[in-house]
Write a protein that binds this ligand. Structure first.
Ligand code: NAD
Ligand code: TDX
Length: 362
Protein backbone atom coordinates (compact mmCIF):
# COMPACT_ATOMS: atom_id res chain seq x y z
CA UNK A 1 0.00 0.00 0.00
CA UNK A 2 1.24 3.48 -0.84
CA UNK A 3 1.07 6.03 1.92
CA UNK A 4 0.64 9.76 1.42
CA UNK A 5 3.17 10.48 4.16
CA UNK A 6 5.61 8.48 6.29
CA UNK A 7 5.90 9.98 9.76
CA UNK A 8 8.49 8.80 12.27
CA UNK A 9 7.38 9.29 15.88
CA UNK A 10 10.14 8.69 18.42
CA UNK A 11 9.25 7.66 21.98
CA UNK A 12 5.82 6.42 20.84
CA UNK A 13 5.68 3.71 23.53
CA UNK A 14 5.89 6.29 26.32
CA UNK A 15 3.16 8.36 27.93
CA UNK A 16 2.61 11.29 25.54
CA UNK A 17 4.03 9.39 22.55
CA UNK A 18 1.43 6.61 22.84
CA UNK A 19 -1.43 9.14 22.85
CA UNK A 20 0.09 10.84 19.81
CA UNK A 21 0.63 7.57 17.91
CA UNK A 22 -2.99 6.55 18.59
CA UNK A 23 -4.28 9.91 17.35
CA UNK A 24 -2.16 9.95 14.19
CA UNK A 25 -2.82 6.28 13.27
CA UNK A 26 -6.58 6.63 13.63
CA UNK A 27 -6.95 10.15 12.26
CA UNK A 28 -4.72 9.75 9.20
CA UNK A 29 -5.21 6.26 7.70
CA UNK A 30 -3.31 7.39 4.60
CA UNK A 31 -0.19 8.21 6.68
CA UNK A 32 2.18 5.44 7.74
CA UNK A 33 3.14 6.01 11.38
CA UNK A 34 6.48 4.50 12.33
CA UNK A 35 6.86 4.30 16.10
CA UNK A 36 10.57 4.19 16.99
CA UNK A 37 11.32 3.44 20.62
CA UNK A 38 14.16 1.86 22.56
CA UNK A 39 11.72 0.55 25.19
CA UNK A 40 13.52 1.81 28.26
CA UNK A 41 11.75 1.32 31.60
CA UNK A 42 9.35 4.10 30.44
CA UNK A 43 8.36 2.45 27.15
CA UNK A 44 5.38 0.10 27.26
CA UNK A 45 3.90 -1.37 24.09
CA UNK A 46 0.80 -2.43 26.01
CA UNK A 47 -0.11 1.28 25.84
CA UNK A 48 -0.84 0.72 22.15
CA UNK A 49 -2.61 -2.64 22.21
CA UNK A 50 -5.76 -1.19 20.66
CA UNK A 51 -4.05 0.06 17.48
CA UNK A 52 -1.09 -2.29 17.02
CA UNK A 53 -2.78 -4.26 14.20
CA UNK A 54 -3.64 -1.22 12.09
CA UNK A 55 -2.18 -1.46 8.55
CA UNK A 56 -0.67 2.04 8.77
CA UNK A 57 1.22 1.36 12.04
CA UNK A 58 4.77 0.02 12.35
CA UNK A 59 6.87 -0.44 15.49
CA UNK A 60 10.68 -0.50 15.42
CA UNK A 61 12.83 -1.01 18.48
CA UNK A 62 15.81 1.32 18.13
CA UNK A 63 17.96 3.69 20.17
CA UNK A 64 17.86 7.28 18.88
CA UNK A 65 21.60 7.49 19.61
CA UNK A 66 22.33 4.84 16.95
CA UNK A 67 22.82 7.02 13.88
CA UNK A 68 23.26 4.09 11.47
CA UNK A 69 20.12 2.41 12.73
CA UNK A 70 18.16 5.65 12.35
CA UNK A 71 19.47 6.16 8.82
CA UNK A 72 18.39 2.63 7.86
CA UNK A 73 14.88 3.27 9.18
CA UNK A 74 14.62 6.66 7.49
CA UNK A 75 15.66 5.28 4.09
CA UNK A 76 13.70 2.04 4.54
CA UNK A 77 10.40 3.79 5.24
CA UNK A 78 11.03 6.92 3.12
CA UNK A 79 10.40 9.06 6.20
CA UNK A 80 9.35 12.61 5.33
CA UNK A 81 8.36 13.89 8.77
CA UNK A 82 9.71 13.37 12.29
CA UNK A 83 7.95 14.10 15.56
CA UNK A 84 10.58 13.61 18.23
CA UNK A 85 9.43 12.77 21.76
CA UNK A 86 11.92 10.08 22.86
CA UNK A 87 13.68 11.28 25.99
CA UNK A 88 14.56 10.52 29.53
CA UNK A 89 11.81 12.51 31.21
CA UNK A 90 11.89 12.22 35.00
CA UNK A 91 13.59 15.02 36.97
CA UNK A 92 14.37 12.84 40.03
CA UNK A 93 16.15 10.28 37.86
CA UNK A 94 18.18 13.05 36.19
CA UNK A 95 19.46 14.15 39.60
CA UNK A 96 20.77 10.62 40.24
CA UNK A 97 22.02 9.86 36.71
CA UNK A 98 22.69 12.96 34.56
CA UNK A 99 24.83 11.14 31.96
CA UNK A 100 21.93 9.03 30.71
CA UNK A 101 19.97 12.26 30.21
CA UNK A 102 22.79 13.92 28.27
CA UNK A 103 23.21 10.83 26.10
CA UNK A 104 19.58 10.35 25.09
CA UNK A 105 18.25 13.88 25.21
CA UNK A 106 21.25 15.68 23.68
CA UNK A 107 23.20 13.14 21.63
CA UNK A 108 20.06 11.24 20.62
CA UNK A 109 18.44 14.43 19.32
CA UNK A 110 21.66 15.29 17.49
CA UNK A 111 21.77 11.90 15.76
CA UNK A 112 18.15 12.35 14.60
CA UNK A 113 18.99 15.81 13.26
CA UNK A 114 22.03 14.44 11.43
CA UNK A 115 19.95 11.61 9.97
CA UNK A 116 17.27 14.04 8.76
CA UNK A 117 19.88 16.30 7.17
CA UNK A 118 21.58 13.34 5.47
CA UNK A 119 18.39 11.69 4.16
CA UNK A 120 16.49 14.76 3.05
CA UNK A 121 18.48 16.02 0.06
CA UNK A 122 15.50 18.23 -0.70
CA UNK A 123 13.92 19.84 2.36
CA UNK A 124 10.66 20.72 0.62
CA UNK A 125 7.65 19.01 2.21
CA UNK A 126 9.78 17.80 5.14
CA UNK A 127 9.44 18.67 8.83
CA UNK A 128 11.43 17.93 11.99
CA UNK A 129 9.23 18.61 15.01
CA UNK A 130 10.95 18.61 18.40
CA UNK A 131 8.82 18.16 21.54
CA UNK A 132 10.20 20.05 24.52
CA UNK A 133 9.19 21.27 27.93
CA UNK A 134 8.51 24.50 29.83
CA UNK A 135 11.25 23.57 32.33
CA UNK A 136 13.93 24.93 29.95
CA UNK A 137 12.82 28.44 30.99
CA UNK A 138 13.76 27.82 34.63
CA UNK A 139 11.49 28.77 37.51
CA UNK A 140 9.13 31.68 38.17
CA UNK A 141 8.65 33.51 41.46
CA UNK A 142 5.47 33.20 43.51
CA UNK A 143 4.02 36.71 43.71
CA UNK A 144 0.68 38.31 44.46
CA UNK A 145 -1.00 38.66 41.09
CA UNK A 146 -2.98 41.57 39.76
CA UNK A 147 -4.24 39.76 36.65
CA UNK A 148 -5.79 36.34 36.00
CA UNK A 149 -2.94 33.99 36.97
CA UNK A 150 -3.37 32.88 40.60
CA UNK A 151 0.30 32.74 41.59
CA UNK A 152 1.88 35.66 39.73
CA UNK A 153 1.56 37.68 36.54
CA UNK A 154 4.88 36.59 35.06
CA UNK A 155 4.47 33.67 32.66
CA UNK A 156 6.88 31.84 30.33
CA UNK A 157 6.58 33.22 26.80
CA UNK A 158 8.47 32.08 23.70
CA UNK A 159 10.88 34.98 24.36
CA UNK A 160 11.73 33.99 27.95
CA UNK A 161 15.47 33.39 28.41
CA UNK A 162 16.53 29.77 28.87
CA UNK A 163 17.63 29.15 32.46
CA UNK A 164 17.36 25.41 33.19
CA UNK A 165 18.14 24.16 36.70
CA UNK A 166 17.90 20.36 36.73
CA UNK A 167 20.04 18.00 34.66
CA UNK A 168 16.80 17.00 32.90
CA UNK A 169 15.89 20.55 31.90
CA UNK A 170 19.52 21.35 31.00
CA UNK A 171 19.53 18.38 28.61
CA UNK A 172 16.21 19.43 27.05
CA UNK A 173 17.44 23.03 26.70
CA UNK A 174 20.57 21.79 24.98
CA UNK A 175 18.52 19.67 22.57
CA UNK A 176 16.32 22.70 21.74
CA UNK A 177 19.48 24.70 20.92
CA UNK A 178 20.74 21.96 18.58
CA UNK A 179 17.38 21.88 16.77
CA UNK A 180 17.50 25.66 16.24
CA UNK A 181 21.15 25.44 15.18
CA UNK A 182 20.25 22.93 12.44
CA UNK A 183 17.55 25.29 11.23
CA UNK A 184 19.80 28.35 11.24
CA UNK A 185 22.92 26.61 9.90
CA UNK A 186 21.62 24.06 7.38
CA UNK A 187 18.09 25.31 6.74
CA UNK A 188 16.52 22.12 8.20
CA UNK A 189 12.74 22.71 8.41
CA UNK A 190 12.10 22.52 12.14
CA UNK A 191 9.44 23.48 14.62
CA UNK A 192 9.61 23.26 18.44
CA UNK A 193 6.97 23.27 21.15
CA UNK A 194 7.47 23.67 24.90
CA UNK A 195 4.66 22.26 26.99
CA UNK A 196 3.71 22.39 30.66
CA UNK A 197 3.09 19.34 32.92
CA UNK A 198 0.92 16.67 31.32
CA UNK A 199 -1.41 14.25 33.07
CA UNK A 200 -3.74 11.47 31.90
CA UNK A 201 -3.93 7.71 31.25
CA UNK A 202 -0.75 5.65 30.62
CA UNK A 203 1.63 7.93 32.55
CA UNK A 204 4.43 6.03 34.28
CA UNK A 205 3.64 5.92 38.02
CA UNK A 206 6.81 7.71 39.05
CA UNK A 207 5.29 11.10 38.16
CA UNK A 208 3.18 12.89 40.76
CA UNK A 209 -0.39 12.19 39.62
CA UNK A 210 -0.29 8.47 38.69
CA UNK A 211 2.06 7.69 41.61
CA UNK A 212 -0.34 9.28 44.07
CA UNK A 213 -3.47 7.68 42.55
CA UNK A 214 -1.79 4.27 42.84
CA UNK A 215 -0.71 4.96 46.41
CA UNK A 216 -4.18 6.13 47.45
CA UNK A 217 -5.64 2.97 45.87
CA UNK A 218 -3.20 0.84 47.89
CA UNK A 219 -3.31 3.06 50.99
CA UNK A 220 0.42 3.83 50.82
CA UNK A 221 2.08 7.15 51.87
CA UNK A 222 1.90 10.17 49.54
CA UNK A 223 5.40 11.75 49.65
CA UNK A 224 4.92 15.51 49.13
CA UNK A 225 8.29 17.22 48.59
CA UNK A 226 9.04 20.12 50.95
CA UNK A 227 5.83 21.87 52.05
CA UNK A 228 3.99 21.22 48.77
CA UNK A 229 4.22 24.94 47.91
CA UNK A 230 5.57 24.41 44.36
CA UNK A 231 3.26 25.35 41.50
CA UNK A 232 2.77 23.51 38.19
CA UNK A 233 0.58 24.29 35.18
CA UNK A 234 -1.30 21.07 34.28
CA UNK A 235 -2.59 20.04 30.85
CA UNK A 236 -4.59 16.93 29.90
CA UNK A 237 -2.43 14.80 27.60
CA UNK A 238 -5.03 14.59 24.80
CA UNK A 239 -5.07 18.39 24.62
CA UNK A 240 -1.29 18.31 24.24
CA UNK A 241 -1.36 15.80 21.38
CA UNK A 242 -4.11 17.80 19.65
CA UNK A 243 -1.75 20.79 19.80
CA UNK A 244 1.12 18.67 18.44
CA UNK A 245 -1.01 17.50 15.50
CA UNK A 246 -1.98 21.11 14.75
CA UNK A 247 1.56 22.46 15.01
CA UNK A 248 2.96 19.60 12.92
CA UNK A 249 0.55 20.48 10.10
CA UNK A 250 0.15 24.23 10.43
CA UNK A 251 2.97 25.63 12.59
CA UNK A 252 5.35 28.04 10.87
CA UNK A 253 8.82 26.84 9.93
CA UNK A 254 11.55 27.73 12.45
CA UNK A 255 9.04 28.82 15.10
CA UNK A 256 8.58 27.87 18.75
CA UNK A 257 5.12 27.45 20.29
CA UNK A 258 4.38 27.32 24.01
CA UNK A 259 1.60 24.93 25.04
CA UNK A 260 -0.01 25.19 28.48
CA UNK A 261 -3.18 24.58 30.41
CA UNK A 262 -3.57 28.05 31.95
CA UNK A 263 -4.17 25.88 35.00
CA UNK A 264 -1.77 26.52 37.90
CA UNK A 265 -1.99 24.43 41.06
CA UNK A 266 0.06 24.31 44.24
CA UNK A 267 1.13 20.68 44.72
CA UNK A 268 -0.55 20.39 48.11
CA UNK A 269 -3.89 21.71 46.81
CA UNK A 270 -3.70 19.35 43.85
CA UNK A 271 -2.92 16.39 46.14
CA UNK A 272 -5.92 17.21 48.35
CA UNK A 273 -8.20 17.42 45.29
CA UNK A 274 -6.79 14.14 44.00
CA UNK A 275 -7.45 12.46 47.35
CA UNK A 276 -11.07 13.68 47.35
CA UNK A 277 -11.76 12.49 43.78
CA UNK A 278 -10.04 9.13 44.29
CA UNK A 279 -11.81 8.51 47.62
CA UNK A 280 -15.16 9.30 46.04
CA UNK A 281 -14.57 6.97 43.08
CA UNK A 282 -13.39 4.22 45.44
CA UNK A 283 -16.52 4.62 47.56
CA UNK A 284 -14.57 5.88 50.58
CA UNK A 285 -15.72 9.01 52.47
CA UNK A 286 -14.13 12.01 50.68
CA UNK A 287 -10.89 13.13 52.31
CA UNK A 288 -10.35 9.91 54.32
CA UNK A 289 -6.98 9.34 52.69
CA UNK A 290 -5.57 12.78 53.53
CA UNK A 291 -3.87 10.97 56.43
CA UNK A 292 -1.56 9.36 53.82
CA UNK A 293 0.04 12.74 53.02
CA UNK A 294 3.66 12.75 54.23
CA UNK A 295 5.84 15.84 53.86
CA UNK A 296 9.31 14.59 52.90
CA UNK A 297 12.74 16.06 52.11
CA UNK A 298 12.53 18.51 49.21
CA UNK A 299 13.83 17.69 45.72
CA UNK A 300 17.31 19.21 45.16
CA UNK A 301 17.02 22.44 43.12
CA UNK A 302 13.22 22.10 43.11
CA UNK A 303 11.79 24.68 40.66
CA UNK A 304 9.22 26.81 42.49
CA UNK A 305 6.72 27.64 39.77
CA UNK A 306 6.06 26.94 36.09
CA UNK A 307 3.33 28.76 34.15
CA UNK A 308 2.94 29.00 30.40
CA UNK A 309 1.62 31.81 28.24
CA UNK A 310 0.09 29.99 25.24
CA UNK A 311 -1.27 33.14 23.54
CA UNK A 312 0.78 32.63 20.37
CA UNK A 313 -0.65 29.14 19.78
CA UNK A 314 -4.17 30.33 20.52
CA UNK A 315 -3.95 33.37 18.24
CA UNK A 316 -2.07 31.75 15.34
CA UNK A 317 -3.61 28.29 15.28
CA UNK A 318 -6.78 28.62 17.36
CA UNK A 319 -5.77 26.02 19.99
CA UNK A 320 -7.06 25.95 23.56
CA UNK A 321 -7.49 23.31 26.26
CA UNK A 322 -10.79 21.42 25.93
CA UNK A 323 -11.28 20.16 29.50
CA UNK A 324 -11.41 21.78 32.90
CA UNK A 325 -8.90 20.37 35.41
CA UNK A 326 -11.64 18.81 37.52
CA UNK A 327 -13.03 16.99 34.44
CA UNK A 328 -9.60 15.88 33.25
CA UNK A 329 -8.52 14.73 36.69
CA UNK A 330 -11.71 12.77 37.28
CA UNK A 331 -11.34 11.11 33.85
CA UNK A 332 -7.72 10.27 34.72
CA UNK A 333 -8.45 8.84 38.18
CA UNK A 334 -11.30 6.79 36.73
CA UNK A 335 -8.98 5.36 34.04
CA UNK A 336 -6.35 4.22 36.57
CA UNK A 337 -8.98 2.72 38.88
CA UNK A 338 -10.61 0.94 35.92
CA UNK A 339 -7.22 -0.41 34.78
CA UNK A 340 -5.56 -1.78 37.93
CA UNK A 341 -3.88 -4.51 35.84
CA UNK A 342 -2.01 -1.79 33.88
CA UNK A 343 -0.77 -0.22 37.13
CA UNK A 344 0.10 -3.63 38.61
CA UNK A 345 2.00 -4.79 35.52
CA UNK A 346 4.00 -1.55 35.43
CA UNK A 347 4.82 -1.51 39.13
CA UNK A 348 5.73 -5.24 39.14
CA UNK A 349 7.84 -4.98 35.96
CA UNK A 350 5.72 -7.58 34.06
CA UNK A 351 5.05 -5.08 31.27
CA UNK A 352 8.60 -5.61 30.07
CA UNK A 353 7.68 -9.07 28.71
CA UNK A 354 5.18 -7.57 26.28
CA UNK A 355 7.75 -6.86 23.57
CA UNK A 356 9.01 -10.48 23.54
CA UNK A 357 5.43 -11.80 23.50
CA UNK A 358 4.57 -9.57 20.53
CA UNK A 359 7.76 -9.50 18.51
CA UNK A 360 9.85 -12.46 19.76
CA UNK A 361 13.28 -12.38 21.40
CA UNK A 362 15.89 -9.93 20.14
P1 NAD B 1 8.09 9.02 28.91
O1 NAD B 1 9.27 8.90 29.82
O2 NAD B 1 6.77 8.51 29.33
O3 NAD B 1 8.44 8.29 27.52
C1 NAD B 1 9.68 8.41 26.88
C2 NAD B 1 9.77 7.35 25.78
O4 NAD B 1 11.04 7.52 25.11
C3 NAD B 1 9.72 5.92 26.29
O5 NAD B 1 8.86 5.13 25.50
C4 NAD B 1 11.17 5.43 26.16
O6 NAD B 1 11.28 4.04 25.94
C5 NAD B 1 11.65 6.24 24.96
N1 NAD B 1 13.11 6.41 24.94
C6 NAD B 1 13.89 6.83 25.98
N2 NAD B 1 15.20 6.83 25.60
C7 NAD B 1 15.22 6.42 24.31
C8 NAD B 1 16.27 6.24 23.35
N3 NAD B 1 17.56 6.45 23.67
N4 NAD B 1 15.94 5.84 22.11
C9 NAD B 1 14.63 5.61 21.77
N5 NAD B 1 13.61 5.74 22.63
C10 NAD B 1 13.90 6.14 23.88
O7 NAD B 1 8.03 10.55 28.50
P2 NAD B 1 6.77 11.51 28.27
O8 NAD B 1 6.33 12.05 29.56
O9 NAD B 1 5.81 10.85 27.35
O10 NAD B 1 7.49 12.71 27.48
C11 NAD B 1 7.65 12.66 26.07
C12 NAD B 1 8.35 13.91 25.61
O11 NAD B 1 7.59 15.05 25.96
C13 NAD B 1 9.73 14.11 26.22
O12 NAD B 1 10.58 14.63 25.23
C14 NAD B 1 9.50 15.12 27.34
O13 NAD B 1 10.65 15.89 27.57
C15 NAD B 1 8.39 15.96 26.72
N6 NAD B 1 7.49 16.61 27.71
C16 NAD B 1 6.89 15.87 28.69
C17 NAD B 1 6.02 16.49 29.57
C18 NAD B 1 5.31 15.74 30.66
O14 NAD B 1 4.67 16.36 31.51
N7 NAD B 1 5.37 14.41 30.70
C19 NAD B 1 5.77 17.86 29.44
C20 NAD B 1 6.40 18.59 28.43
C21 NAD B 1 7.26 17.93 27.56
O1 TDX C 1 6.65 11.99 44.80
C1 TDX C 1 6.58 13.16 44.38
N1 TDX C 1 6.29 14.16 45.28
C2 TDX C 1 6.22 15.48 44.90
O2 TDX C 1 5.97 16.36 45.74
C3 TDX C 1 6.78 13.50 43.00
C4 TDX C 1 7.10 12.43 41.99
C5 TDX C 1 6.70 14.84 42.64
N2 TDX C 1 6.45 15.80 43.57
C6 TDX C 1 6.36 17.22 43.13
C7 TDX C 1 7.56 17.70 42.32
C8 TDX C 1 6.93 18.71 41.38
O3 TDX C 1 6.84 19.97 42.02
O4 TDX C 1 5.25 17.31 42.24
C9 TDX C 1 5.52 18.17 41.14
C10 TDX C 1 5.39 17.38 39.85
O5 TDX C 1 6.44 16.44 39.82
P1 TDX C 1 6.70 15.49 38.55
O6 TDX C 1 5.45 14.73 38.24
O7 TDX C 1 7.96 14.72 38.81
O8 TDX C 1 6.89 16.54 37.37
P2 TDX C 1 7.92 17.78 37.21
O9 TDX C 1 9.12 17.61 38.02
O10 TDX C 1 7.13 19.04 37.37
O11 TDX C 1 8.35 17.58 35.66
C11 TDX C 1 7.33 17.21 34.69
O12 TDX C 1 6.87 18.27 33.95
C12 TDX C 1 7.52 18.67 32.78
C13 TDX C 1 7.74 16.04 33.80
O13 TDX C 1 8.27 14.97 34.56
C14 TDX C 1 8.65 16.42 32.71
O14 TDX C 1 8.92 15.33 31.82
C15 TDX C 1 8.03 17.54 31.93
O15 TDX C 1 8.95 18.03 31.02
Amino acid sequence: MDFRRNILITGGAGFIGSHLVRRMVTRYPDFRIINLDKLTYAGNLANLKDIEDRPNYVFVREDICDLEGILRIMWGYAVDGIIHLAAESHVDRSIRDPFTFARTNVLGTLSLLQAAKACWSDFSGKRFYHISTDEVYGALELTSPEGDAPYGDTLFTEQTRYQPHSPYSASKASSDHFVRAFHDTYGLPVVISNCSNNYGPYQFPEKLIPLFINNIRLRKPLPVYGRGENVRDWLFVEDHVRAIDLIFHEGRDGETYNIGGCNEWKNIDLVRLLVRITDRLLGRPEGTDEDLIAFVKDRAGHDLRYAIDATKLRKELGWGPSLSFEEGLEKTVRWYLDNPEWLDSVTSGDYRNYYEEMYGKR
